[in-house]
Design a protein around this ligand. Sequence first.
Ligand code: ZN
Length: 55
Amino acid sequence: MRNRFPGYCYYCTTLVPKGEGHFEKRQGAKGFRVIHAECVFKQREEKAKAVEAAQ
Ligand SMILES: [Zn+2]
């Protein structure tokens, strides 16, 4: 879901302007965290590499 409010990306820690990224609800906590759309892909790549390395 696109972020309706600006916030700081939890992946690269820089500002995500409104509508430029995605937000995720935090489990068991108030509020939400924000990530750039491009950082979602970077994070996925890293996870994929981690899986490859583990095999
Ligand atoms: Zn980012």
